[in-house]
Ligand binder design. Structure first.
Ligand SMILES: [Fe+2]
Length: 287
């Protein structure tokens, strides 16, 4: 199985909000046009978007984003906080872009012979589901029902390997990677604990994929990889090609060919840690 994972395209952002490198969400059509070549050349099965496809939830922005993501293979979306910045967000998505989900549900799975990919968008607000209040404190968590469903599916497929995709990362960036004084974008201990419990009980969860913080990191804990991915619309326009077999996972970070762009993107070299070194973005791992 081979798929492309990219995230945080923030389509519609004007002005650009949170970013780690110069961001070009208005160039999405061009970036995806170039990506299409890779999809065809690499025989990718599907594309998964890790969330914040749009910068704010409005029907016209979602329709535009959905048109842009008409690629040679299906695109699936794990909703992010920016995708959910109004209380009826889920209805808006299911009305205007149901094709990005399976069975019109924000939680869904992609099942193959030896793998299950679980798309489980984390929640952000206490007392609300699928809603992010921009001015509130971020509280990434799963509902009890989400955890229950996840466990049920894992137990139903004990011989398969499992991958969980959620928008919020489980870990920040280590000081060693950033060279900064503290962990960048640290994550509340409670969310980390949810995953520690899951992977301790189910070591056949082999990988967690996330986005949100717009940087590349790879962390291995016991039998599980925690992989975060930088924003697709920020220079150098990274995305991942992920190959999975019964025996190994290969994670390869690629970037859009700059020579094919009709503009000259800026790059902040002082934040090269956002892209990371080879070990922070590429890995061949035998189970
Ligand atoms: Fe986000």
């Amino acid at each position: 199985m081979r798929f492309i994972y990219l995230t945080d395209t923030h389509i519609g952002a004007n002005p650009v909000g949170y970013h780690q490198q110069p961001a070009y969400p208005d160039k999405i059509a061009q970036l995806l046009d170039i990506l299409k070549d890779d999809i065809s050349n690499e025989s990718v099965d599907f594309v998964i978007h890790g969330g914040d496809m749009v910068d704010y939830c409005q029907p016209d922005v979602i329709q535009f984003a959905n048109e842009q993501f008409t690629l040679p293979v299906p695109t699936f979306l794990c909703l992010g906080n920016h995708d959910l910045d109004r209380k009826d967000a889920l209805d808006v998505w299911m009305q205007h872009a149901p094709n990005l989900f399976v069975n019109a549900s924000p939680n869904f799975k992609i099942i193959r012979d030896s793998f299950v990919i679980h798309v489980v968008p984390n929640q952000w607000e206490e007392g609300y589901e699928y809603y992010w209040n921009e001015s509130g404190a971020q509280f990434p968590h799963f509902t009890n029902m989400q955890v229950k469903q996840l466990i049920k599916t894992i137990e139903k497929h004990p011989d398969k390997k499992h991958i969980i995709i959620t928008h919020s990362p489980v870990f920040g960036m280590d000081k060693e990677q950033s060279g900064l004084d503290e962990v960048l974008h640290n994550v509340p201990a409670q969310f980390q604990q949810t995953f520690k419990n899951l992977v301790n009980t189910y070591p056949n969860i082999k990988m967690i994929l996330s986005g949100h913080s717009h940087f590349n990191t790879i962390k291995q804990i016991e039998e599980t990889l925690f992989v975060n991915v930088s924003s697709f619309v920020e220079t150098p326009f990274n995305y991942k090609i992920i190959d999975i077999t019964d025996e190994w996972i290969n994670i390869e970070t690629r970037q859009i060919d700059r020579n094919k762009l009709d503009f000259t993107p800026m790059y902040n070299k002082e934040r090269a840690y956002v892209q990371g070194k080879n070990k922070d973005k590429n890995l061949l791992w035998y189970f």
